[in-house]
Design a protein around this ligand. Structure first.
Ligand SMILES: *Cc1c(COP(=O)(O)O)cnc(C)c1O
Length: 352
């Protein structure tokens, strides 16, 4: 197609394929839907919503609430339908993109889509942050460094000292360090104070995981007013749908339910981790997220063996350094129990 820019030819697409299974542990979603009374409140709000009217230009209603909820100035907040859109915006705006490998695939895809120079530095042994190499890479022309913390897909949390070094370097060199806190409720960490103290740091958050709103599509950026206004320009006007806004306003009025869900998922994580440590052929990695990364002798066999037993997980063995790995999201206690049974049964039945 000659109408399009040449770099768009043969662009890889997001690595996801929909598969149906009774137990779905493949997308790091919350296993719990929104509590019934909140859903009821949402429905009442939608009943009163005028569908013929445009929503706010830049989600001012949601940003005002969010600003109060987080204690973050509204001018430094961008809300969009999914944080993935904000990643795309940042990759489009960036002079270059710096990433770790393996990493959340949307950073690399967004850089390619934007035709922004891209470089990834491999994690060290034990998935350690390659701090020295990242600092060195930040001596080149400034750009955006995407860093999920806790990290995906490795599930580990990086040391505060290393993040401080990267943040200082960003301030000296003009880079923007974007800490993607998609999973921060599961690590109990919050680097927004670092971003508050340093305008070369920004924070990405999502409603898709701990908030249990994966289907709603909403995420946000916490940044300096200067960074936020550039990113805001990439979100189309009236870009956050009115119904999404009503749902967000409702949960921001009653955010207390999240803590209970996080607590129960953390207890499940501990239980699953301990149980999997007894697995004869699998190696489970410590997790600070709502998923477990597991190294198996053969990811394809583990994936299909689990699927035969009704359990859908995600293969991760296409990533460099993650040979044999699968990823399993934390489910309900019943789902996790079924997963464990299936995981241990696998070793008893040799696969064809
Ligand atoms: C799940 C996830 C997101 C969320 O993306 P949304 O578009 O908000 O659903 C962002 N970053 C990482 C690392 C994730 O795992």
């Amino acid at each position: 197609m000659k109408a399009f820019k040449p770099h768009l030819q043969g662009l890889p697409s997001y690595p996801y394929k929909k598969v149906e299974a009774p137990i779905k542990l493949d997308q790091n979603e919350s296993p719990y839907d929104l509590p019934a009374e909140l859903k009821q409140r949402v429905l009442e709000r939608l009943q009163n919503l005028q569908f013929n009217r445009y929503p706010h230009l830049h989600a001012e209603d949601v940003r005002e609430r969010l600003s109060a909820h987080l204690g973050w100035p509204m001018e430094g907040l961008v809300v969009s339908p999914g944080s993935n859109l904000l990643i795309q915006a940042l990759a489009l705006a960036a002079g270059q993109v710096l990433d770790t490998a393996p990493s959340f695939p949307h950073y690399a895809l967004s850089a390619k889509l934007a035709d922004t120079p891209y470089r990834a530095i491999s994690l060290g042994p034990g998935f350690d942050l390659p701090t020295g190499a990242l600092l060195k890479a930040m001596e080149a022309e400034p750009g955006v460094l995407f860093l999920p913390n806790p990290h995906a897909p490795t599930a580990r949390l990086f040391a505060e000292e290393d993040l401080r070094l990267l943040a200082e370097k960003a301030a000296q060199t003009g880079w923007l360090l974007v800490l993607d806190e998609a999973y921060h409720q599961f690590s109990g960490t919050d680097y927004s104070p670092l971003a508050r103290a340093n305008p070369n740091v920004a924070i990405l958050r999502t409603f898709s995981k701990a908030w249990g709103l994966g289907g709603i599509r909403a995420g946000y950026l916490l940044a300096s007013p200067e960074v936020a206004s550039v990113v805001q320009n990439f979100v189309p006007p009236f870009g956050l749908p009115a119904h999404t806004a009503q749902i967000l306003l409702t949960v921001l009025e009653a955010p207390g339910y999240v803590q209970g869900i996080v607590q129960s998922l953390l207890a499940e994580r501990e239980k699953l981790f301990r149980a999997l440590q007894q697995h004869p052929t699998w190696q489970v990695y410590p997790s600070q997220t709502n998923f477990l990364l597991i190294r198996t002798p053969d990811a394809a066999a583990a994936y299909s063996g689990l699927l035969r037993q009704g359990i859908l997980v995600r293969r991760q063995d296409h990533y460099p350094g993650l040979e044999g790995c699968i990823r399993v999201s934390l489910g309900t206690p019943q789902e996790n129990q079924r997963f464990l049974q299936a995981a241990f049964a696998l070793t008893e039945v040799p696969h064809a």
